[in-house]
Design a binder for this molecule. Sequence first.
Ligand SMILES: Nc1ncnc2c1ncn2[C@@H]1O[C@H](COP(=O)(O)OP(=O)(O)OP(=O)(O)O)[C@@H](O)[C@H]1O
Length: 523
Amino acid sequence: MTAPLDNAVEAPLPVAPPVIRVRGVVKRFGGAAALKGVSVDFRPGEIHALMGMNGAGKSTLVQLLAGVHAPDAGTIEVGGAAHDHLTPRQARRLGIATVPQRRELVLGLTVAENVMLGALPGRGGFVDRRAMRATARDALRQLGIDLDVDRTVADLTVPEQTMVEVAREVNRGGDALILDEPTACLGAEDAEQIRALVRRLSAAGKAVIYISHHIDEVLGLADRLTVLRDGEVVAGAAAGEMDERSLVRAMVGREVVSVRPPRRAPRPEVGLALTGLRDGRFIEHLDVEVRRGEIVAVLGPAGDAQSRLFDLVSGRRRPGGGAFAVDGRAVPFGRVGRSLGAGLRCVTGDRRTLGLVPELSVDENVMLAHDRLHRRRLHFPAALARRAAPLREAYKVRALQRNPAVGRLSGGNQQKVLLAKWLGTDPAACFLEEPTNGVDVAAMAEIHALIDALADRGVAVLLASSSAEEVMRLAASVLAVRGGRAVAGFDVDAVTREELIAAVLGGALREPQPRPALQGDPT
Ligand SMILES: Nc1ncnc2c1ncn2[C@@H]1O[C@H](COP(=O)(O)OP(=O)(O)OP(=O)(O)O)[C@@H](O)[C@H]1O
């Protein structure tokens, strides 16, 4: 997007003045600073990536821009006027629009109605549907989005829904668009559609503020990078001036190396067995056997069988047929208590709605499963804190306050709480759905090491993932699924990443995550 910088040879190209200038902003939560004097400029026509580890302050910064929080010090200058804080309404009026990770659309309404939400054209007290459809069509066309405006939003794919939301924000006058991990959990093709839209936004002169943990993606997309660490800007550069290594170093403060331990021979006992599993729609037929001490992966395109498998194995839904057993004992489907009693722990990939209770504290969430299993009802805060402390430490849960509501943690730290909650309960077998969703490069290496340690302790680990890198890092064998049916089985040491991707669906797997350098001897 921007011309390569070669200041030594040529005079720098004129750069557009910033649409937003952030100067020295400080934000404290309960006395602890999430942002410690951050200054950064966002320019029109520029894709500006905000990078940083979990809890670095990225979301807090964009929340100040969107008027969700007020800074404790510093200013936000928009279009030349300085503000010591913005309200959400002001931010929107000034053209700052946010497209959060979770879609904010009315699913039962059409594309046109959603694009025009809040600005429906009226005639004689009625909505002028013709004008509404025409304006929506035009708004989509201007962004190069090819969608039928009469379709119901519930029927759209996830990337199509993201596009509708972006179109709505631009139609409402958004000049600076904040996109928070818009490609998280998307397959490669869907993610590319979103990136193409982002490029069109910047070509149309919009300032794009892009939060992502995907290093490859950011290096290929962004014009400018700002790295936050512990609430401070530690690097700011044109994208061409940083590579994967310098970016990881800036984010983490050191190199990140993931050590893959030699794979131990699993024990002979089968810890978890799924036989002939089918649910009529997402899973056609699945047989999987995981021995104690083994990690077996089910690799499929993002959104394919993984979450349905979680629903079936965890007891949320009953399948159309099949059987499952833990440690050789049959467990009835749909009976959460029975499968917990048998020693199976299932960790959802949807921490927000299924995994955690956002209003409860970190300690309460960490101990929730434990206390349920041991039928504990009384919670004396000091005792709870004492019991939660070793798990918080093992899973490196970081928060500004000692024990905030879990909903206040950064996304990656919420993921660590979820893993601690279930895996700290001494499982015989576990099912992990996308366990490193939204975590940073360092946390990913730590979580992978914790999963290795589970297998070392003899736990049977079934991993459902849409990341070829992740399954190659963790599993000994991989079952590739496509359309809910197992299409091939692989020994990880005898397959390449490309072969895995080809088996699943020619590139529809999750985007490569930040990749810690790998050390170790996969025997
Ligand atoms: N409302 C809040 N109350 C208390 N602490 C908060 C609140 N919002 C954020 N924090 C804390 O501020 C710090 C920065 O969080 P933030 O969500 O900005 O990080 P992030 O860089 O977006 O991380 P991630 O990549 O995990 O999403 C974290 O320690 C978080 O727990």
